[in-house]
Design a protein around this ligand. Structure first.
Ligand SMILES: [Fe+2]
Length: 298
């Protein structure tokens, strides 16, 4: 199996390089385990998916660092060259795990939500690899095939004794509260709560990750996109998610659209895309500076 790493970030302290190597080894091992488990699980219908083993792997990745920002930065630099599905699934699982903490969910629900994130795209294993890995624009026919992955995922998972919310997250994570999603065009009250949470984590991770055809978007830019598309997402979950993720970045240096550097000092609970920063010795609420946005987190 061919795996490829992005170059190490040379700007960080040496300690981070050692962390990065250990992290790489661990994430690759987990992604391979996920891929192997799912392949065997789908081919051999008589065997149950070892969810405890998958959960343990995810928890151990989170425990590798006590700083979630560090975890996410390192995770984003580990990429299998021709297939992003497994790393994306791990990212979504970790975001779901954190989300359950922010919502003070009991441990059992946290595990179910983490597994829902880990398994949400399992249906992509039923779509031809050359379409999943295609770097350019998809044809209409190819897009129609991709749109079958939620139903395929549900069909894979329902053969086994898993919590219904895990199966529903696979089936409904591309549904949108305003009815504009697929495969069924469900409306808010018809969509499983866990699928609504996975949908937000899935959208966020896809846009903050690099693609062959574009650079990754800055998290605060993705918050703006999420705010613009707020009718598509559950408003309570969206607010909790953005506040939680934004809080990862308190204390980080940021580059603003006016090319100045600033330090994020707090989130802005009424507008998470515009945090409170310290710039030129002054505390500035970026919501009050409409021409200035966060462009990059250093
Ligand atoms: Fe998906």
């Amino acid at each position: 199996m061919e795996w490829k790493f992005l170059p190490e970030d040379k700007s960080g302290p040496a300690r981070k390089s050692r962390d990065y190597r250990l992290f790489n080894e661990r994430v690759i091992k987990s992604a391979q385990l996920l891929e192997k488990s799912l392949s065997e699980y789908i081919v051999r219908e008589d065997e149950d998916l070892n969810t405890n083993k998958l959960l343990k792997e995810t928890r151990e990745i989170i425990a590798l660092s006590d700083d979630p920002v560090h975890t996410f930065r390192m995770l984003r630099r580990v990429r299998r060259y021709d297939d992003l599905t497994y790393i994306h699934s791990l990212n979504v699982a970790i975001l779901c795990h954190e989300f359950a903490n922010w919502m003070h969910m009991p441990e059992e629900e946290q595990d179910i939500l983490t597994l829902a994130g880990l398994l949400h795209d399992v249906g992509k294993m039923g779509i031809p690899g050359k379409i999943i890995k295609k770097a350019g624009l998809l044809t209409d026919e190819e897009y129609e095939l991709i749109k079958q992955h939620p139903q395929k995922g549900y069909d894979f998972l329902k053969k086994h004794p898993l919590d219904e919310r895990i199966m529903n997250a696979a089936l409904m994570h591309h549904e949108r509260c305003d009815g504009s999603g697929y495969p069924q065009g469900l409306k808010a009250d018809e969509i499983d709560d866990f699928a609504k949470i996975v949908a937000i984590a899935d959208y966020y991770d896809a846009l903050t990750s690099a693609r062959v055809y574009r650079e990754p978007h800055c998290p605060f830019e993705v918050f703006r996109m999420l705010q613009q598309e707020r009718d598509k997402f559950d408003s309570t979950y969206l607010a909790v998610f953005m506040e939680g993720v934004a809080s990862f970045y308190i204390g980080c240096e940021v580059v603003l659209s006016n090319q100045k550097r600033a330090r994020m000092v707090d989130t802005n609970p009424t507008d998470q895309s515009n945090p409170i920063v310290k710039m030129d010795g002054l505390i500035v609420n970026l919501a009050m500076a409409p021409d200035v946005d966060v462009k990059e987190i250093c």
